[in-house]
Unconditional design. Structure first.
Length: 240
């Protein structure tokens, strides 16, 4: 769905919760939200949302912000540029050179029934497809218990090596934050007894206030299986 169509359909909700809009958008889209405002004719709604500098749009316009013109036609203003300095600039330059590349391949991890049972105990998800090997062998199409999908997600820090304090991925960053997941799919079940590992590819890096936002594609491989057990687009923020 196009962003403009999304805004039109969510007009009433956004009118009640205008400050949530920016949190829903990626940094790249947030940079161009004024252009969406013009196209969607939602000035009364979006005018209440703070711009990228934390300043109401109406106030910014009153302070002299003007649209550029080319051949007499109005053009959308340029997206605000976030200046990077010091370590943030160095890391950004390094990551720009790695875009599209595989940046990490983790070690194989054995998925045991004990691990699955412990996750079930913590989350309260005791479905028999996860915790009852005898019933799963008799009734499940997989003929085995399988790991919870959320267990796979919970293992991502370990699988990607992002919690190795002895060898941090970004040692110069003051803080590394899991900002969320843009997309998650579980193409194939991970059977108990399997070996899994994660492969990470960097697909985006964007300057944000105080640091950088990274978009990574993570695939959780299952040893001996062609299809991955999980494919994720992960959003991480680095603060310097």
């Amino acid at each position: 769905m196009k962003v403009v169509d999304f805004l039109k359909r969510k007009r009433e909700i956004l009118a009640q919760h205008p400050f949530e809009l920016k949190d829903w958008l990626s940094p790249a889209i947030r940079d161009y939200w004024r252009e969406f405002q013009q196209k969607a004719h939602l000035h009364p709604l979006l005018g209440r949302v703070l711009d990228a500098h934390g300043q109401p749009v109406a106030e910014a316009e009153q302070q002299g912000e003007q649209r550029q013109t080319v051949n007499g036609q109005a053009m959308a203003p340029q997206a605000p540029t976030i200046a990077l300095e010091g370590e943030a600039a160095l890391v950004f330059e390094r990551l720009q050179a790695q875009l599209g590349e595989e940046t990490h391949v983790g070690d194989w991890l054995h998925i045991s029934q004990q691990m699955v049972n412990q996750f079930a105990a913590v989350t309260g998800d005791h479905q028999w497809i996860h915790t009852d090997p005898e019933r799963a062998a008799a009734e499940s199409p997989f003929k085995s218990t399988i790991a919870h999908g959320f267990l796979t997600l919970a293992l991502l820090p370990r699988l990607t090596g992002s919690v190795d304090e002895a060898n941090p991925e970004f040692p110069t960053a003051r803080m590394v934050v899991n900002f969320g997941l843009d997309q998650v799919r579980f193409p194939y079940p991970i059977k108990v007894g399997s070996q899994v590992r994660a492969r990470t590819r960097l697909i985006g890096v964007t300057p944000v206030k105080g640091g950088l936002e990274l978009l990574k594609e993570i695939k959780v491989e299952i040893e001996g299986v062609r299809r991955p057990g999980c494919v994720i687009e992960s959003v991480t923020r680095l603060y310097f």
